[in-house]
Design a protein around this ligand. Structure first.
Ligand code: PGA
Ligand code: ZN
Length: 397
């Protein structure tokens, strides 16, 4: 049984406060987790409250329903208590940041009680044998960096890597190679929130640099490396058109453009190619290129089974991004993964642009047999997850 839940404000990678939770159990189990935070957040995400408010509300409403009431190892009960304490659809009462921190901390405490690693506790005895391929953010802009690319993320995908560790190092090498290419072209580049290079180049030039960096590292390492995108198109969509600097594209032009890029660069993954309300556009694009690339809904689905169901009905995508803080609990996130896989869709686990040292998503990706995990390439709060993946692979070997 849970004997205490403590909440505090800690720093995230952008220097903003976020919620951290500690959960203790009667038998000495301990779990600690912190909520991440998005910048290019979807309109339909669960609500992130200012941490001070979220903590006060959770202390008042959620903690009394958890302490001496539920077992940390019973994730469904923990998460039902959080939902009951909040009473809203979108966690606007206690904040999805308090909810997800407590949900994840309870999972860790539950694993601790069992003496099992978190991925095993979450995945159970029937967990798959596969490991997720990390999608490494190498070049980017959008809401994550000023004066950089319009497309938010250019992501290395070492699909042919023989092991997690080789995949992680391959992405780091692509990141380093991209820096050299930028130098060769005389282009200075700061870094965006997730550690990707954020040069003031056109999207076209970013495609070229990415293609070159990926090919060079592929030649060097001898296994297949491709790349993909998170366009985060909702952030570019205004007055019915997509804005690329001074130029605009209509929704039809956007679909043509993305389909062309998929073929020209053999993209393995395209997230949020269209606005978060354009199910039909998503469906058309998926129809055109979904046989050769993943079309993934992030802001479109926001880890929400209702939005995912709508998407499934119209064939809006063949993949969903899973971010536990978009929905508020691990149980809700698992439900979205389940629904996706029952419908033949891939569920990709993801970090947020604002992160902490928390490694829960590395375990979640292994537990759910995710084909990909998005968790950056370099920088401490990203390497925390990548290094944890390497440790899990070692542990599971
Ligand atoms: P966010 O960006 O965490 O700022 O929302 C990540 C993403 O869009 O995938
Ligand atoms: Zn996204």
């Amino acid at each position: 049984r849970i004997t205490s839940v403590s909440l505090r404000r800690v720093l995230d990678s952008r220097g903003n406060p976020t919620v951290e939770a500690d959960v203790l159990t009667e038998s000495g189990g301990f779990g600690r987790a912190a909520a991440p935070s998005g910048a290019s957040t979807g309109e339909y995400e669960a609500i992130e409250l200012p941490p001070t408010e979220a903590i006060a509300a959770a202390r008042r409403h959620a903690v009394p329903r958890l302490v001496d009431e539920v077992y940390a190892g019973n994730q469904r009960e923990v998460d039902a208590a959080l939902r009951g304490a909040d009473g809203t659809e979108n966690f606007s009462e206690i904040g999805a940041n308090s909810a997800v921190a407590i949900s994840m901390a309870a999972a860790k405490a539950g694993a601790d009680v069992l003496g099992a690693p978190l991925y095993q506790h979450l995945g159970g005895a029937f967990r798959g044998e596969n490991f997720p391929t990390p999608l490494g953010n190498v070049i980017g802009g959008g809401e994550h960096a000023k004066e950089a690319t319009n497309i938010q993320e250019f992501l290395a995908a070492p699909v042919g890597a023989p092991s997690v560790s080789e995949a992680v190092f391959a992405n780091a090498q692509v990141h380093a190679r991209a820096s050299e290419i930028l130098d060769e072209r005389g282009i200075p580049a700061a870094k965006g929130d997730e550690g990707a290079w954020a040069p003031a180049v056109s999207d076209e030039e970013a495609f070229e640099i990415m293609d070159e960096a990926v090919s060079d590292v592929e030649d060097d390492l001898g296994f297949e490396i491709r790349f993909g995108l998170d366009i985060a198109a909702s952030e570019m969509f205004e007055d019915g058109v997509y804005h690329y600097g001074d130029e605009t594209k209509t929704p039809d032009e956007q679909i043509d453009y993305v389909a062309e890029m998929v073929d020209e660069y053999d993209l393995v993954y395209v997230e949020d190619p269209l606005d978060e309300n354009d199910y039909e556009g998503f469906a058309e694009l998926t129809d055109r290129v979904g046989d050769r690339t993943l079309i993934c809904g992030d802001d479109l689905f926001v880890t929400n089974v209702d939005r995912l169901s709508e998407g499934i009905d119209v064939g809006a995508a063949n993949s969903i991004l899973i971010k536990p803080n978009q929905i508020g609990t691990l149980s809700d996130a698992f439900d979205a993964v389940e629904l996706a896989s029952r419908n033949g869709m891939d569920a990709v686990i993801s970090h947020r642009s604002g992160e902490t040292e928390d490694t829960t998503i590395a375990h979640l990706a292994v537990a759910t047999d995710a084909p990909f995990i998005k968790t950056g390439t370099v920088q401490g709060e990203r390497t925390a997850k990548l290094n944890e993946l390497i440790r899990i692979a070692d542990d599971a070997a």
